[in-house]
Design a protein around this ligand. Structure first.
Ligand code: NAG
Ligand code: NAG
Ligand code: NAG
Ligand code: NAG
Ligand code: NAG
Ligand code: NAG
Ligand code: NAG
Ligand code: NAG
Length: 902
């Protein structure tokens, strides 16, 4: 028996016939970091310089012979002075899973003999710490779930850790579905390689081209008693299709095998406590079918596992919270064997910060006019400068001393903020847009030129610290501050406030600082001359000090009954005004005046309900409410827009708006069919346009949209510009749209475009007024940056937004995205330099090669002029329209003369 065994073992130990897979290096990216030339290494892999994947870092070479080079090896290092130390690796050619390999070499390139230690992040995950004092060179491999077009790989210095250095980066696409159990919960996990062992093989590591995916399979340790390799070509005899990881045949052809009735153990030391993913490969290369138990860390994970002859299989296991690893095969019959094994640490990829938060921050960065270095995700792998996070939520934003001029409305989108510091940021005007920050605990608006409290403080129920010192606040301190029950510090120092402080602020737990104002205290008796304001003079009611009764009586006596009476009346008036909310301004009293609505019809609520089949089909949603499809008794389709309570205008404003809207009739503007104001509902009925919005057609799901050729896009642009031109110039009063965007441009069945949604419109009341000052409204990505800072609304703000729409038509992408490289998040910032330079590589892929260059040049030029930061340098809409008409006719002529036809 023993003899026979030895016979076939020896028989099998033959030279390995290595079968090269067909190796085309498809999707491989091999970067020689700091390299300056392209070369092919001894494995026939093409290496390229890394310069186009990174724009920072210094280059040098080290004395170290890589497999690649016969000369000195290039490296790139990252001195502390660099703010960002990131590569952007393209994943657009990779389908589902990719291997990322980085090699770090120090070899005393700087002569300091201080090997560095630093961290490396992939995407949002901080993955590993490289310590070149331990091993030099150091290789890390990761398996990354592909969910975006780029992957950033960044280096992070550690205190006293020296200068990060890297010598090569490699991307290798892996087979579809490989390692899927370890990457479960896609795409929130990544795998970091700990071991990949080619069991039973001792002559060094194998990789490309033996492994067509270029994984490195390390040699097994030399061991006793046995290892085997099959003497035949298993490629053609084995069914390998069940191996999703597609290990190379050469790796499966060798195995570690044990004599009968004995155990085989791999002791695999691991550094970090964590979750590990283990893949074991078995191939029936013996003439018998062995059976054995598989144990991981002493625990049986498979009983009596049997490897069939001519068959190959892999098993995968996840071990949670382990800090050491051993794998044992315990024989039950014949000879346990194992052909290969892989061990990976499973790491979490932190969740993305909400896109609302990210785009709000991008807009805020833009409104500062500065590059704050805000790239990728605000919270992971490290939080941005000026920001602190709690998980994936932005909890603190400190922009003190950064110039901003006004509070951007997008601050209101940072819903998770607990701390907001906008001190010394040149803010002026009213305090606004912060009412939605319900978690806010500390708000510092000191050292600005703010003049008014605004009306939103009462919503900040969790506010503990409010610092308003050194502003230009005037008038009375609003009663509503007293409703902030958690407030314990209120700093009002050095403003121009006067009059009594609300008694509700007079409590032990609250420290109110008031010095440096005109006259501000709980008592106004000390104020001798409070010029011009009608405040009650008798206000020292201090509930916490009942013994003052006598004092009060004395004062009342002195001032006299008339004064007290008038004081009380003015208090009442103040309270009354404060309580009264606009929408309560008596809907009944403002009787809808139905005398002349042009062609607009007044609908009853019942009529609306039946037209919409009880509000059955929603065709759109917006901040204002929902839009429903309706059908009038005469068969005409309509879009029915129902306002939310919250955005309801007072009855009078609603009537005004309807009156305005019903007068606007133009073929390029969506017309109002009628309205309804009943049962607390404010409903507008518009003509229905079946072609969807421009944004649906540009970005919607493929099935729903139609292909927009360049000539169609120009036609849409011309139509929309006509509509806008009519609002600006063809109408009295002139009207500013205020929310021009691609989702507000609708298409009829013939693809004629019409501008819609004048819900936010403002009329210029006086004919000669050049601007109006308003609260900033509009949509992130389309907002005129100058309007932001000055809040002076002119037609040029519409021109800016329209310019953004033109950029969308040219580039075929949305104004704000959170994918791709950070330079491209904001369409305007990204596209303008290209278009101004006449560089059309950013033109939408789907229209490339189909446009007349002159037509594109004109459109690009007028688009980039429209989005000039300085409003006075933007053209007016009439000029935009004229240019677009030109571009349109040039393109028509090009098509007619046999250019690309569509
Ligand atoms: C090297 O790779 C190229 C393509 O990348 C291929 O055409 C060539 O045959 C390969 N050479 C060897 C020796 O494998
Ligand atoms: C890195 O390069 C920059 C210029 O590219 C140079 O100013 C700086 O001194 C270099 N730093 C080191 C440490 O070599
Ligand atoms: C992606 O694939 C296309 C065609 O297959 C190729 O032209 C392009 O260079 C590839 N990009 C990268 C980054 O490998
Ligand atoms: C190989 O095995 C798979 C299942 O593991 C099976 O679906 C396939 O038919 C087999 N192929 C051959 C050629 O036997
Ligand atoms: C494997 O690990 C388990 C638990 O960690 C331990 O009890 C056992 O002794 C180990 N076996 C060997 C052979 O090292
Ligand atoms: C183990 O499996 C083999 C074949 O798969 C079978 O013959 C044997 O009886 C099993 N042994 C035990 C202990 O279950
Ligand atoms: C405000 O910021 C400027 C710089 O922008 C700085 O010089 C000044 O000292 C700051 N003032 C305060 C009070 O922090
Ligand atoms: C608010 O900011 C100013 C200026 O940066 C600072 O002096 C002050 O201490 C801050 N207030 C609080 C309450 O932290």
């Amino acid at each position: 028996m023993e003899l026979t065994k030895n016979c076939w073992l020896w028989f099998l130990v033959l030279s390995v016939t290595v079968q090269f897979a067909s190796c085309d290096q498809e999707g491989f990216l091999s970067l020689s970091c700091g390299g300056t030339t392209t070369y092919v290494d001894s494995s026939n892999i093409s290496w390229i310089p890394d310069a186009s994947y990174i724009n920072v870092g210094n280059m040098t070479t080290v004395d170290y012979l890589d497999r690649s080079s016969s000369s000195r090896l290039p490296v790139r290092f990252f001195p502390d002075s660099l703010r960002s130390k990131c590569y952007r690796l393209p994943l657009s050619n990779v389908s589902s899973v990719v291997l990322v390999r980085a090699q770090f070499v120090y070899k005393n390139y700087d002569g300091l003999d201080k090997p560095p230690e630093f961290s490396v992040s992939l995407g949002r995950a901080m993955t590993t710490t490289v310590n070149l004092a331990n091993t030099d060179p150091w290789i890390e491999e990761f398996i990354w779930p592909v969910d975006k077009g780029t992957l950033s790989l960044c280096f992070h210095s550690l205190p006293g850790g020296g200068v990060p250095v890297v010598s090569s980066l490699e991307l290798r696409p892996l087979p579809q579905g490989a390692y899927s159990n370890g990457l479960a919960d896609f795409p929130s996990k990544l795998l970091k390689k700990t071991y990949r062992i080619n069991c039973g093989y001792v002559d060094g590591s194998l990789r490309y081209p033996i492994d067509q995916y270029d994984r490195i399979w390390d040699a097994d340790k030399d061991f006793s008693p046995y290892h085997v390799s099959s003497g035949f070509d298993i490629q053609n005899t084995f069914n390998l299709t069940s191996l999703k990881e597609n290990p190379p045949v050469a790796v499966l052809q060798t195995a570690r095998v044990l004599a009968r009735w004995s155990d085989l153990t791999y002791n695999l030391p691991i550094d970090d406590l964590g979750d590990y993913y283990i893949v074991l490969y078995f191939a029936g290369i013996l003439p018998v079918s062995p059976a054995f138990d598989i144990l991981i860390n002493g625990e049986v994970v498979r009983y009596n596992y049997s490897v069939q002859r001519w068959n190959a299989e892999d098993l995968s296991f996840t071990m949670r919270g382990i800090k050491s690893l051993n794998i044992t095969l315990k024989s039950t019959s014949f000879y346990p064997l194992i052909n290969a094994l892989e061990v990976y640490e499973i790491q979490d990829i932190p969740r993305e910060t909400s896109s609302t938060t990210v785009s709000a921050l991008q807009v805020i960065q833009q409104s500062t006019g500065m590059d704050l270095g805000w790239q990728d995700d605000p919270c992971s792998p490290k939080s941005w400068q000026h920001i602190e996070c709690n998980g994936n939520m932005v909890s603190s934003l400190d922009l003190s001393n950064v110039k901003m001029r006004s509070i951007s409305p997008t601050f209101g989108d940072l819903l998770d903020l607990k701390i907001l510091d906008l001190s010394n940021t040149s803010l002026s005007g009213e305090i606004q847009y912060l009412g939605s920050l319900q978690s806010l605990e500390k708000l510092n608006l000191s050292f600005n030129q703010l003049t008014s409290f605004g009306s939103e403080f009462e919503d900040l129920m969790n506010l503990q610290v409010l610092d308003l010192q050194n502003n230009s606040l005037v008038g009375l301190v609003p009663e509503s501050l007293g409703e902030l029950k958690n407030l314990h510090l209120l700093n009002l120092e050095n403003n121009k406030l006067q009059g009594p402080l609300p008694q509700s602020l007079n409590r032990k737990s609250l420290n109110v600082r008031t010095s440096g104002n005109l006259c501000l205290s709980f008592s106004t008796l000390s104020c001798t001359d409070v010029s011009g304001i009608q405040t009650p003079q008798v206000t020292i009611f201090s509930p916490s000090k009942p013994k003052d009764h006598k004092h009060i009586a004395a004062i009342i006596g002195a001032v006299g009954g008339v004064a007290v009476a008038s004081a009380l009346i003015s208090v009442c008036v103040i309270l009354f005004i404060r309580r009264k909310k606009p929408q309560e301004s008596s809907a009944q009293s403002a009787q809808v005046d139905i005398k002349n609505w042009n062609s607009a019809k007044v609908f009853s609520y019942k009529e609306i309900r039946s037209a919409t089949h009880n509000f059955k089909e929603v065709i759109g949603r917006g901040s204002f409410g929902s839009v429903y499809l309706g059908k009038l008794p005469d068969g005409k389709l309509v879009a029915v827009k129902v306002r939310f309570d919250k955005t309801q205008l007072g009855a009078e404003s609603f009537v005004n708006e309807v009156s305005l809207l019903s007068r606007i009739r133009h073929q390029c503007l969506v017309s109002l069919e009628g309205f309804c104001q009943e049962a607390k509902q404010q409903i507008l009925v518009y003509e229905y346009l079946p072609g969807g919005s421009l944004s649906d057609n540009l970005y919607g799901t493929k099935s729903k949209r139609i292909t927009l050729s360049w000539v169609r896009r120009l036609k849409i642009a011309v139509d929309a510009a006509k509509g806008l031109d009519y609002l600006h110039n063809g109408n009295d009063p002139r009207i500013i749209h205020r929310d021009v965007k691609s989702s507000n441009i609708l298409m009829d069945s013939e693809m004629n475009a019409k501008m819609c949604d004048f819900g936010l419109s403002k009329q210029m009341t006086q004919g000669d007024a050049t601007h109006i000052t308003t609260a900033v409204k509009g949509t992130a990505g389309y907002l005129d940056p100058e309007y932001y800072s000055t809040r002076q609304l002119t037609e040029k703000s519409d021109v800016y937004s329209f310019g953004v729409v033109l950029l969308e038509l040219i580039c075929g992408r949305e104004p704000l995205t959170h994918s791709g490289s950070p330079d491209s998040y904001n369409l305007v910032l990204w596209a303008k330099p290209y278009l101004q330079a006449g560089a059309f590589e950013i033109v939408d892929e789907s229209i490339k090669g189909t446009y007349d260059p002159e037509s594109m040049r004109r459109s690009a030029l007028i688009a980039s002029r429209s989005v000039e930061r300085d409003a006075s340098r933007r053209p007016c809409i009439a000029e935009v329209l004229a240019e677009l008409k030109q571009a349109y006719s040039i393109q028509l002529a090009y098509l007619a003369s046999g250019g690309f036809m569509n």
